[in-house]
Design a protein around this ligand. Structure first.
Ligand code: NAD
Ligand code: UFG
Length: 337
C-alpha cells in the first residue's frame, strides 16, 4: 500500500519512512530539500534495504503535485512538509503562511483531484498557546497561538475541519506533537538542524559533542518545580509509532480524528541536562539567562485518547531519548554530511 510522505526526508518524516517500510507499506517521498539532505535517502536504504521512490519538488507546485498523484497509486498521505522555526516565522511570516498554509491547500486540491481522501497531518501543541490548565486534553481550547508558525498550524487545522464538514467521507487525522526528541536507535539517523539550534535537545547535544561552548537556560524563575521551563518530551520513535497506529486504525475510517502525541509527563530543562549528562557521561556547561520571549512555563499532554482509540502509548524514557540523541550526535557530529 502506497503512502505519500510529504517532507519525508526531514527528521520525523524520514524515521516514519523506516517504520512504514518495516510494517510493509511503500512510502513515496516528496521533499524540496529546504531543510534536509539527499543523504537521508541512503541512510533509509542502509537500514531497510529499500530505496523509496523519491520526488524532489515543492508541495506548493500544483502541477508537480498532480503529476505525483497521477504516476502513483497513493492510498493515504502523511503530511510532514512545512517550515518549523518559531523565530524564523516571526521574521518571515509570509514565507511561513505561503509554505505551510498554501502548501497544504495545494496538497488537498491534488488529493481531491486524485480521489485520495485519507490524510494524517503533523500539527503541534503550539495550537494550544499558553494553556491555563495542564495536562492538555484534545478539548483544551486552541487558537490563542503566539507566533506565525503556530498560527499556520492552527489555520491548517481549521481548513481541515471545514473540509471534513463539507465532505464527511474524508478521513482526516490531526496529530498534535508535543516535543519530539531522540534519534533512531542505530545512531545513523536523527535531527540535523541547520545553523544554531533553536531547540533544547539538539543544543545540549552540540554542547556535549564540543560544537558549542555553553547552553543558555532561558529562565529559572518560572512557577515550576526547579524554576525552569517544563515540556512533554517524546522520543521520536514513539511519535513515529503513533503515526503507524493512526494509519492502521482511524485513517481507515472516515472522520476528523484529533490526538495529542506526548508521553503525559513533563520534564524541566535541568532534568533534560541531567539526563543528557548521564547518557553521554559529559558535563554540560550551562548558564542561567533571562526568559526567552514567547516561551510558556509548562506544557504536557493528557494522552488518554490516543491510548484508548489508537491503542498507542509512548514507552521510552528520558534517558532513552538522551542516549539515542547522544549516539546520533557522537557518530555524526556535523549531522548528515
Ligand atoms: P523537518 O524540517 O526536519 O522536516 C520537514 C521536511 O519538509 C524537510 O525535509 C523540508 O525540506 C521539507 N519541506 C518543507 N517545506 C516543503 C515544501 N514546500 N515542499 C516540499 N518539502 C518541504 O521538520 P520535522 O521536525 O521533521 O517536522 C515535521 C513536521 O512536524 C512539520 O510540519 C513540523 O511543523 C511538525 N512538528 C514538528 C515538531 C518538532 O519539534 N520537530 C513539533 C511539532 C510539529
Ligand atoms: N530552552 C533553553 N535553552 C535553549 C533552548 C530551549 O533553556 O537553548 C528551553 C525553553 O525555554 C523551553 C524548553 O527549553 O523551556 C524547550 O524549548 P524548545 O525550544 O526545545 O521547545 P518549545 O517547547 O519552545 O517549542 C517546541 C517546538 C515548537 C512547537 C512546540 C510545541 O520548537 O515548534 O515545541 O510543540 F510548537
Amino acid at each position: 500500500m502506497q503512502i505519500l510522505v510529504t517532507g519525508g526526508l526531514g527528521y520525523i518524516g524520514s524515521l516514519t519512512c523506516i517504520e512504514l517500510i518495516e510494517a510493509g507499506f511503500e512510502p513515496i517521498i516528496i521533499d524540496n530539500l529546504s531543510n534536509s539532505k539527499l543523504q537521508v535517502l541512503n541512510r533509509i536504504e542502509a537500514l531497510t534495504d529499500v530505496r523509496p521512490v523519491f520526488y524532489q519538488g515543492d508541495i506548493c507546485d500544483s502541477a508537480f503535485m498532480q503529476s505525483v498523484f497521477s504516476a502513483q497509486k497513493i492510498e493515504s498521505v502523511i503530511h510532514f512538509a512545512g517550515l518549523k522555526s518559531v523565530a524564523e516565522s516571526v521574521s518571515h511570516p509570509l514565507e511561513y503562511y505561503a509554505n505551510n498554509v498554501n502548501g497544504t491547500l495545494v496538497l488537498l486540491h491534488a488529493m481531491r483531484k486524485a480521489n485520495v481522501k485519507s490524510l494524517l497531518f503533523s500539527s503541534s501543541a503550539t495550537v494550544y498557546g499558553d494553556p491555563k490548565v495542564v495536562p492538555i486534553t484534545e478539548k483544551t481550547p486552541t487558537g490563542a497561538t503566539t507566533n506565525p508558525y503556530g498560527r499556520s498550524k492552527y489555520i491548517i487545522e481549521c481548513m481541515l475541519s471545514d473540509l471534513f464538514q463539507a465532505q464527511s467521507d474524508w478521513s482526516i487525522t490531526i496529530l498534535r506533537y508535543f516535543n519530539p526528541v531522540g534519534a533512531h536507535p542505530s545512531g545513523t539517523m536523527g535531527e540535523d538542524p541547520q545553523g544554531i539550534p533553536n531547540n533544547l535537545m539538539p543544543y545540549i547535544a552540540q554542547v556535549a559533542v564540543g560544537r558549542r561552548d555553553v547552553l543558555s537556560v532561558f529562565g529559572d524563575d518560572y512557577a515550576t518545580e526547579d524554576g525552569t521551563g517544563v515540556r512533554d518530551y517524546i522520543h521520536v520513535m514513539d511519535l513515529v509509532e503513533g503515526h503507524l497506529a493512526a494509519l492502521k486504525t482511524v485513517s481507515k475510517k472516515s472522520g476528523l480524528h484529533i490526538y495529542n502525541l506526548g508521553t503525559g509527563q513533563g520534564s524541566s530543562v535541568l532534568q533534560m541536562i541531567a539526563a543528557f549528562s548521564q547518557a553521554s557521561k559529559k558535563k554540560i556547561n550551562y548558564k542561567i539567562c533571562p526568559r526567552r520571549p514567547g516561551d510558556i512555563a509548562q506544557c504536557w499532554a493528557n494522552t488518554d485518547k490516543a491510548a484508548r482509540e489508537l491503542n498507542w502509548k509512548a514507552t521510552r524514557t528520558l534517558l532513552d531519548m538522551a542516549t539515542d540523541t547522544w549516539h546520533w550526535q557522537e557518530k555524526n557530529p556535523q549531522g548528515y554530511v
